[in-house]
Design a protein around this ligand. Structure first.
Ligand SMILES: [Zn+2]
Length: 377
């Protein structure tokens, strides 16, 4: 065992790796983490995928005597591009000022990964642990959970777990899930003709406009979820036609649907097909399942209790606005209770001059420690 780095030091060291995705290049960052974890009693394994510079990491601290299925934590180390605006702090330095650690990924979500690594690393020294602790650190989350999907698709890698904590930015609040996402394109076809003789063609742009009108009035036919609210549909893109003086024979809509617990992707696709007509080609581009854990679940109640002890506040039952790797990992781990709880400020994710409050980071490490202690005892 070597000295366990603090969550702050770890966050800084992770920020210093440029893991902007695309292209990703997360492997060096994960190798560094694996080194820290191996030195603290964890078994670690890197799972290469896609390109030589890309990988996922799974680290495991085995139980001294397993009485419960493992407790898992997850986070991703890829980050989004820096954006157009200039940063007033260096994005890959891990600078500390004003009680904050700054840099790309400081909120989303290298601080979260650092926090659970720092918390879990201390448990190797504990003489008795009655459950494995599994850390699943992924690549490729920001481009649609590709890393998590690779792990889920690799036979024998993920085993059933008793609970999962996702360390995405929540300002240190425990959240009980998030909506799913179904991003799709709808392609409307027509027949082209000279623009001076529109009656000889079938105008795909006009057909798409009529479809938009019907989509705007689309009803999902499900009751709003008491915590997540109602599903939504937003038309994000439209394209069609090649030149002004031709009747367009193709128009494509990009549609963003956010689903709630209990909605099946296949059912939503069926209703959209019925609305659009059989001649419209609907192609799903991103399918992320919703995640929801009953707040009365003992694991969630335990985490709520930890939050209350640490902050003096009663947690509200809430879900996150974004989706996470849990859409892929929760089902792949046998659908355990899943909590989203991380130190990053939610409003800072993907922003210029991203930061994490060090006080929230430290409080999150405490929360993870208590959650682990309660679980493995
Ligand atoms: Zn994230």
């Amino acid at each position: 065992m070597t000295a366990i780095p603090s969550a702050l030091e770890l966050t800084q060291s992770l920020i210093r790796f440029d893991t902007i995705n695309p292209p990703g290049a997360e492997r060096a960052c994960l190798k560094h983490l694996a080194g820290v974890l191996t030195a603290n009693g964890f078994e670690t394994r890197l799972f290469d995928y896609d390109a030589p510079a890309r990988a996922n990491l799974i680290a495991r601290l085995p139980a001294t005597e397993a009485r419960r299925s493992p407790l898992a934590f997850t986070g991703h180390v890829d980050v989004v591009p820096l954006g157009q605006r200039d940063w007033s702090v260096p994005p890959f330095e891990g600078r500390v000022t004003e009680g904050r650690v700054w840099g790309r990924g400081a909120s989303d979500m290298k601080s979260g990964v650092a926090a659970f690594v720092a918390a879990a690393a201390g448990f190797a020294a504990q003489p008795e642990r009655h459950a494995d602790i599994i850390l699943i650190v992924t690549a490729g989350e920001e481009t649609g959970s590709e890393g998590a999907q690779h792990l889920a698709d690799t036979p024998g890698v993920l085993q059933p777990c008793g609970a999962l904590v996702v360390a995405e930015p929540t300002d240190g609040r425990p959240l009980v899930g998030h909506k799913g996402a179904l991003w799709l394109t709808m392609t409307v076809s027509g027949v082209t003709a000279h623009g001076s003789m529109p009656e000889k063609g079938v105008n795909a742009v006009v057909a798409a406009a009529r479809l938009i009108d019907r989509l705007a009035r689309f009803e999902f036919g499900v009751a709003a979820h008491p915590v997540m609210g109602a599903p939504t549909l937003s038309i994000g893109t439209i394209s069609g036609g090649l030149n002004i003086n031709s009747v367009p024979d193709r128009a494509v809509l990009g549609v963003d649907i956010r689903t709630i617990e209990g909605q099946q992707t296949a059912d939503v696709l069926d209703s959209l097909q019925a609305l659009a007509g059989q001649e419209v080609v609907i192609a799903p581009r991103v399918v992320m399942e919703s995640v929801f854990t009953d707040p009365e679940t003992p694991f969630v109640q335990g985490a709520f209790g930890v939050f209350e002890r640490l902050t003096g506040r009663t947690p509200a039952v809430e879900t996150a606005m974004y989706f996470t790797d849990a859409s892929v990992l929760t089902p792949a781990l046998g659908s355990p209770p899943t909590l989203i709880l991380g130190p990053g400020p939610m409003a800072m994710a993907h922003q210029t001059d991203e930061y994490c409050e060090i006080a929230t980071l430290d409080r999150c490490v405490d929360a993870y420690r208590q959650i682990i202690a309660e679980y493995v005892r």
